[in-house]
Design a protein. Structure first.
Length: 304
């Protein structure tokens, strides 16, 4: 089975004066072909860095990211296998070119076909994402499109190459609710075509709508993972419980408690401990992720 695999991946960025910041810390997970996985967490948790690592826009400081058993740097046709929908629909397309050029040019390069044939395939991609009739949209530039139309054009560009893996980095965060729901429905439709999806979001309700499995990330560390309904209905880690409690969706159960004020002290291996109202001295020592039930794992001293 074709899989995208993260194996103990760490990404550290260097800042001025020799300072460093670790955005991703020892992350391990897999995404199988045809599967839909949500990566959730608040801003700054490392979600977008994971997306950039999965598309080779960034390279890991430690660990490996592999596709079909090969490190990503050895996969020559990676852009044709793994595509990304970026968060900002207003800067993801080149405003100099028409929408049609942005979509048909990669098709012509990949398939080595003539411009008329590539144009036909580009029109089909626009049709699939609901930009109909496609011909007028082919001649438009991005400044002539609404936010929702731009994001659909971005998705059309991605799916036009027939990738097996799609990375969607908070594709609805800059759109209003009604437009965002249309994008979520489109992603659900793509799942039906056996395209693997890594859906990055801070919204648990959106994650539940799109994904089968969820990975909860905090400060670059996976604190909990499992089937989406299991994690939402029975959140184990205090951070996941706070995320569920903060989700304004009647379909999600309420979990008591609130986020504590963040602190700057280092507390060992649980990055959430400074904000956790249930922390103990044990939280300051190395903690392993443990499987609590079938497929549902958590990294917390409460379940040792």
């Amino acid at each position: 089975m074709l899989e995208l695999v993260f194996d103990q991946v760490t990404k550290t960025f260097r800042g001025p004066n020799g300072t460093t910041a670790t955005a991703v810390d020892g992350v391990s997970f897999h995404l199988a072909e045809g599967e839909s996985v949500a990566l959730v967490g608040e801003s700054g948790s490392g979600k977008s860095t994971v997306a950039r690592l999965a598309t080779r826009l960034e390279r890991p400081t430690a660990g490996t990211v592999s596709l079909e058993g090969m490190p990503l740097q050895a996969v020559a046709d990676l852009p044709y296998r793994v595509q990304m929908i970026f968060q900002d629909p207003f800067s993801s397309l080149n405003s100099v070119h028409t929408v049609g050029y942005s979509i048909q040019r990669p098709i012509a390069v990949k398939e080595r076909i003539s411009s008329p044939k590539a144009r036909l395939k580009a029109c089909q991609a626009l049709q699939r994402v609901g930009l109909t009739p496609p011909e007028p949209f082919m001649e438009k530039r991005v400044v002539q499109l609404s936010g929702g139309q731009r994001q659909r054009a971005n998705i059309a560009r991605a799916i036009a190459l027939s990738p097996r893996f799609m990375i969607a980095d908070e594709p609805t965060s800059m759109l209003d609710v009604s437009v965002g729901l249309g994008i979520l429905n489109l992603l659900v439709d793509l799942r039906a075509e056996e395209m693997a999806l890594l859906f990055i979001t801070h919204n648990l309700a959106a994650a539940r709508y799109v994904a089968d499995r969820v990975i909860v990330l905090y400060r670059g560390t996976i604190v909990e993972s499992g089937a989406i309904d299991d994690v939402i209905q029975r959140p184990l880690h205090p951070y996941t419980q706070d995320l569920v409690a903060a989700t304004p969706d009647p379909a999600l159960p309420f979990v008591g408690g609130r986020l504590g004020d963040p602190e700057t002290v280092e507390v060992g291996w649980c990055p959430f401990a400074p904000r956790c109202t249930r922390r103990t001295a044990r939280c300051e020592t190395p903690i392993l992720r443990r499987v609590v039930e079938s497929g549902h794992s958590v990294r917390c001293t409460l379940y040792e």
